[in-house]
Ligand binder design. Structure first.
Ligand code: MTE
Length: 317
């Protein structure tokens, strides 16, 4: 029996564009969009400041200029994919129910020193910095976000990977009490994603704990997500509870559902179309502009070398 799995990226482009324009118009009417918050966000920000909140504006690492203006915060935080909370882009509202403290993340598997970190301890242990990265979704929209976080390599150094470890598997939280999307049982929850150990060790691979100089909004994957700026956004697991080193290639949630469309590597390449649409250009959130997509999302200098010799792999899907 064929199961129809509704996916946000099945939206016709015209519908998605219209939504972005509506958001833009509303922002313009209210005055430039800076500092404007949707109702759910305003409530979330009314919460008492935490110690973590004071750590979210470390210096910006200027080594990775994004080459494009930063997306207005309001646009980036009200247009999200987080299927545990629903399939539409407005999940910032239900996502406010996610409890992000206390939060523990296990780092285990093929390592010398497996550990479970309390989130606040982890923040004190890691070398926090800000990086302004381009973020390209497989659905052909993009944004530029100032993330706060630390290199994934710094976290892995804490647990000392064994030489047998070939891959890193990222597991997101699955909390049925607050995540209505988990009732959609045709998705193989929890949300899993993965990368190779070489990709994890790359200088660009970043563990994200904040955005726009503040704690990471829940809808963006608080309190901890991963970001590989040269890969399509579905590789960036949100609200992580477990990071495991393994010798087995992890199968991501989307790959498990539709391997012909969503593969393991998912590197951005404008010349390799998705089976149902072109990846040659992207809609820039917040501006309504459409711009050409760049090979490796513009990060070839740092990552192209990771893939030499992998001629048999489907690197771009
Ligand atoms: N992580 C989890 N746990 N659940 C999800 O549904 N969606 C992915 C990724 N990480 C997703 C996830 C997809 S498809 C994208 S494009 C990015 O998150 C979106 O990140 P953003 O909402 O911060 O832009």
């Amino acid at each position: 029996m064929a199961i129809h799995i509704p996916r946000g990226w099945e939206l016709p482009e015209s519908a998605a564009t219209a939504e972005a324009l509506v958001l833009n118009r509303r922002a313009a009417m209210l005055g430039a969009g800076v500092g404007l918050l949707a109702p759910g966000l305003a409530r979330a920000q009314g919460a008492a400041p935490t110690e973590a909140a004071g750590m979210m504006a470390p210096p910006i690492n200027g080594k990775y200029p994004p080459g494009r203006p930063t997306t207005p915060e309001r646009e980036a935080t009200t247009y999200n994919n987080f299927y545990e909370f629903g399939t539409d882009k407005g999940i910032y509202r239900p996502a406010q129910a996610l409890p992000t403290r206390p939060w523990r993340v296990k780092v285990d598997g093929l390592v010398e020193a497996p550990r479970e970190f309390d989130m606040d301890d982890l923040l004190k242990l890691m070398p926090l910095e800000q990086r302004v990265y381009r973020h390209r979704c497989v659905e052909a929209w993009s944004m530029v976000v100032p993330w706060t976080g630390f290199q994934l390599s710094a976290l892995l150094a804490q647990v000392k990977p064994l030489s047998r470890a070939k891959y890193v598997r990222f597991e997101s939280a699955a909390l049925p009490g607050v995540m209505p999307g988990l009732r959609q049982s045709w998705y193989p929850w929890p949300y899993i994603e993965g990368c190779t150990i070489e990709e994890a060790a790359n200088e660009l691979s970043f563990m994200v704990v904040g955005a726009y100089g503040k704690e990471l909004p829940k809808q963006m994957g608080a309190p901890l997500r991963v970001h590989f700026p040269w890969k399509y956004g579905f590789k960036h697991g949100k609200s992580l509870v477990k990071i495991s080193l393994t010798d087995q290639r992890p199968k991501g949630l989307w790959e498990a559902i539709q391997a012909s469309e969503y593969g393991f590597w998912a590197n951005v390449n404008p010349e390799v179309s998705h089976p149902r649409w072109s990846q040659a250009s992207e809609r820039v959130l917040g501006s309504g502009e459409r711009v050409p997509t760049l090979m490796w999302n513009g990060y070839g200098e740092q990552v192209a070398g990771l893939y030499t010799g992998l001629t048999r792999e489907r690197l771009f899907a």
